[in-house]
Design a protein around this ligand. Structure first.
Ligand SMILES: [Fe+2]
Length: 385
């Protein structure tokens, strides 16, 4: 996150002696991205963070692609993804390309006995159902319905859920996830026309420090595989850190919609950006107020981006027969638009209660075997009268 954060105890100057009360050293780690050019954090550990004891099993979780070249519009019934006990096993990639994986998960276990680290990708976890606590090496974040959790690559974490009833919409991004550049000034500060500001971004405020040795399993994701690694010390042994690279939370309910006299284009809903896709939040808002305005979107061709819309809650005015947890995929290359009757229905409406998350990818998405299990194969005909 492009603003400075400090938690716990750190020495006054970086790369200098920092000792425990008993005279032993704390161990410094620079946790950086994009070589030494990206955002980084300096953290101080009770134990050396490099102590690998064993490398155990290694297995692929590369999504199984069912349709590599797709031009068919789909609807996927996201809540039909079956809940699974284990957090990692519950994650089902439904759409994939060389930049990202779009994943649905319904994990049941309230706690995991392992830690997890994704070295491939930043993770955006949208909480559709469930509450709990994201625990990371750089502190904890409580989460609830509507939260986006942004977890930079390499961050060791585990998630504690309060109940077994959880629904997550996850994007793994091989490019860093940022807030939109056009909303930031050259110092990184969010500007007055940004739909959210620093006050809306929740940073870790609770740092748990465990000075423990033993066997600690971290499931590490690298190059599409999970590698079970055993470390000799507890991965949450940070006594303090400062810098710009840390997990954070942002609630979709804190996104302030931008409205106008006539239909506003999707970029006004933009929440995050990467080099390869954008994320938009569609939130309850007043409709367009020109007396002749048509609030429903016009037909449009995202001729070079695939559009994934995850329906969260409320009414979905441009669609017929869409429920919470559904996902529509409108692929690049062909136009799409409101369903028959939706444009007419929208005229004269004053507001909408819709809540949805959109991911627009610049490269085409491949449809996985998991996606076809929950797919409506006839959705592409749904614009016929
Ligand atoms: Fe669209």
């Amino acid at each position: 996150m492009p603003f400075y954060h400090k938690l716990g105890e750190i020495p006054p100057k970086r790369h200098t002696i920092f000792k425990k009360p008993n005279g032993d050293f704390y161990y410094e780690q620079l946790f950086g991205t994009i070589g030494f050019d990206g955002m980084s954090t300096n953290s101080y550990h009770e134990q050396r963070p490099t102590q690998v004891k064993a490398i155990k099993k290694q297995y692929s979780i590369v999504p199984k692609v069912a349709k590599a070249n797709n031009i068919q519009s789909y609807r996927f019934r996201g809540f039909q993804v079956k809940p699974e006990a284990d957090y990692l096993q519950s994650r089902k990639a439904i759409l994939t390309n060389s930049d990202c994986n779009i994943i649905l998960a319904a994990p049941k276990n309230k706690k995991q006995d392992y830690f997890y680290k994704n070295t491939d990708a930043d993770e955006m976890i949208f909480i559709h159902k469930g509450t709990g606590k994201l625990r990371t090496m750089y502190g904890n974040l409580d989460f609830k319905y509507g939260d986006y959790l942004i977890i930079p690559r390499g961050m060791i974490y585990k998630i504690d859920f309060d109940t077994e009833d959880n629904r997550l919409f996850i994007v793994e991004s091989y490019h860093p996830i940022y807030t939109p550049k056009r909303y930031r000034n050259w110092f990184g500060q969010l500007l007055e026309h940004s739909p959210f500001c620093e006050r809306d971004i929740r940073r870790p405020e609770e740092l748990e420090t465990y000075n423990e040795t033993g066997d600690f399993t971290i499931n590490v994701k690298k190059q599409g595989e999970i590698i079970e690694m055993v470390y000799a010390s507890h991965p949450f042994d940070v006594i303090g850190y400062d810098g710009y690279n840390y997990p954070y939370a942002f609630s979709i309910h804190d996104f302030e919609p931008i409205t106008g006299r006539v239909h506003q284009p999707p970029p006004v809903h933009q929440t995050f950006e990467t080099a390869a896709f954008v994320v938009c939040s569609f939130v309850p808002r007043l409709y367009d107020y020109h007396p002749e305005a048509i609030p429903a979107p016009y037909n449009h061709s995202n001729i070079d981006s695939d559009e994934v819309l995850y329906y969260v809650d409320g009414d979905f005015m441009s669609r017929n027969d869409i429920e919470a947890g559904h996902i529509s995929l409108h692929p690049a290359g062909i136009p799409h638009g409101p369903h028959p009757g939706a444009m007419e229905r929208s005229i004269g409406k004053k507001d909408t209660q819709e809540l949805a998350v959109m991911v627009d990818t610049f490269k085409p998405l491949q449809v996985t075997e998991e996606a076809l299990k929950i797919a409506d194969e006839d959705y592409f005909k749904s614009w016929l009268e």
